[in-house]
Design a protein around this ligand. Structure first.
Ligand SMILES: Cc1ncc(COP(=O)(O)O)c(C=O)c1O
Length: 477
């Protein structure tokens, strides 16, 4: 049995016929009826829904029941709510795509890509890179075209030593640098042979699941360190008795975004000294800091206790597969022994090109340009949220290529569904959390504001604002 009502749609100017099932909760019945009306086209894309109060009066429901039904449908992506323009039927852009999680899921390509993880691919400095490649290949000695040295080309190690000392405060010389095929390859290298003792590794309670899985697969279990706005709580390290080393993102905690507090930096290094162990420093986006001078590398505090790890995946492109380890002196030979006789992964031609790119100043110029671009986007993201969703907090914005949006409790999953339905690729905060982490597990989104090309950025930002959950405390829509 069902009851039916015809709503005069006084403010919308259109009649709305809704049939509410007589059984079950009123809110569920209304949600279902509205969803059906959108699905079968009776409520067209873009049309405005009645204010809570008038629909509640027409249907004989409590105002809150209508507000909650609208909120649920906004979170699912059927409706959008914007301050000043009320609640409307969402513009549907295509069939639902699966919600994005850090491990890529299959589905149609998103219309708006705000997934975290990569720089603006359209901004790859093609001309300058080609010019560097031309110079590097032209000047390279014949032996450069033989098998690669697993240590990495001297030209690149020299250029990196200069750059890292100047820009990141790393204390090194070229002999301590080992070229890798990126951060993940470096991590594998450290633990897959006998360079480092395999044993539990302290990691941040929020981090990339891919890295945790890689470690587990290499026989290295991980133990979570609590994370807050001051980065990882390194004071906890002393109480983790079985831990052999620690992996941290000191410049910009990934993904929550805080820099590691100075006292915590010192505590991490003191712990490594006292235990006779090591800190692994993941400096994945340390070149991108917007509001003040970049934070120098933790490695600068003690090069014998900190392994510095970096790559060009955020600064240039993850397609290049070039990274580096800056090692304590006694670890260079053991790591090279794991690499074996020949370089097996990173192209020597690309290494020479990167060396030429660094030496000519093109890398600095590219970073300056990208910093300006990403800072502008960061500012636009913050401004759009302040105007359209002031109830959504944003953090981790001082640096990097992504920001964290704090969602109302219990709304992360539905927001991701809504985003997928509207063709917006986004990451939820939940999957970055270590499975053994304790303490609060806030709902949130990790927004990769660097990802879209410039021409698609504005539309992506608008699409993001449309899928955010409404502020239930703010009163009528
Ligand atoms: C936390 C973190 N570390 C390191 C990296 C770099 O990884 P890779 O050099 O293996 O591409 C990324 C992604 O770019 C990252 O998100």
């Amino acid at each position: 049995m069902s009851e039916s009502w015809v709503n005069s749609g006084r403010r919308t100017g259109s009649d709305l016929h809704l049939e509410l099932a007589a059984t079950g909760s009123r809110r569920a019945a209304l949600t279902r009826a509205l969803r059906d009306a959108v699905r079968d086209g009776r409520l067209a894309s873009g049309s405005r829904l009645p204010p809570y109060r008038s629909l509640a009066a027409d249907l004989g429901l409590a105002r809150n029941t209508v507000a909650e039904a609208y909120a649920e449908l906004v979170a699912e992506g059927w409706l959008t709510a914007r301050q000043g323009s009320g609640t409307r039927v969402a513009q549907r852009v295509g069939a639902p795509a699966a919600a994005r999680v850090p491990r890529r899921v299959t589905g149609r390509a998103p219309v708006h890509n705000l997934a975290q993880g990569q720089p603006d691919a359209a901004a790859f400095p093609r001309t300058a890179w080609l010019a560097a490649a031309r110079r590097a290949v032209g000047a390279a000695p014949n032996e450069a075209f033989g098998p690669g040295d697993p240590h990495g080309r001297t030209e690149l190690r020299r250029a990196l030593a200069d750059y890292l000392a100047r820009a990141r405060g790393v204390r090194t010389e070229p002999e301590r640098i080992v070229v890798t095929a990126g951060f993940a390859a470096g991590l594998r290298l450290l633990f897959s042979g006998s360079a480092l003792q395999r044993g539990p590794l302290a990691v941040e309670a929020y981090g990339l699941p891919f890295h945790r899985e890689l470690l587990t697969a290499t026989g290295v279990p991980t133990r979570p360190l609590p994370v807050d706005e001051q980065g990882a709580d390194t004071a906890v390290l002393g109480s983790l008795d079985d831990v052999r080393a620690a992996l941290l993102t000191p410049a910009h905690q990934f993904p929550t975004g805080g820099p590691l507090h100075p006292e915590r930096r010192v505590a991490a290094v003191d712990w490594a000294r006292a235990r006779g162990t090591l800190v692994l420093e993941d400096d994945y986006d340390g070149d991108f800091r917007y509001d003040r001078q970049p934070l120098g590398a933790l490695q600068g505090l003690d090069p014998e206790r900190v392994i510095y790890m970096g790559s060009v995946s955020k600064s240039l492109s993850p397609a290049l597969r070039i990274g580096w380890l800056v090692l304590p002196a006694q670890l260079v030979e053991p790591v090279l022994a794991v690499k074996g006789e020949r370089e097996g992964f990173t192209s020597v031609v690309d290494q020479l090109t990167l060396a030429a790119f660094l030496d000519s100043g093109a890398y600095d110029r590219h970073l300056r340009r990208m910093r300006q671009r990403y800072r502008r986007r960061r500012d636009q993201l913050v401004a759009a949220l302040a105007a359209q969703a002031p109830h959504i907090g944003v953090s981790g914005i001082a640096a990097g290529l992504h920001a964290v949006l704090r969602l109302p409790p219990g709304t992360e999953r539905a927001t991701l569904k809504a985003a997928a339905w509207q063709g917006v690729a986004l990451d939820g905060l939940g999957p970055f959390r270590h499975p053994d982490a304790t303490g609060p597990a806030p709902d949130g989104l990790v927004v990769g504001y660097a990802t879209p090309p410039d021409h698609a950025w504005r539309a992506a930002l608008e699409a993001l604002c449309r899928v955010l959950p409404p502020d239930l405390a703010a009163g009528d829509a």
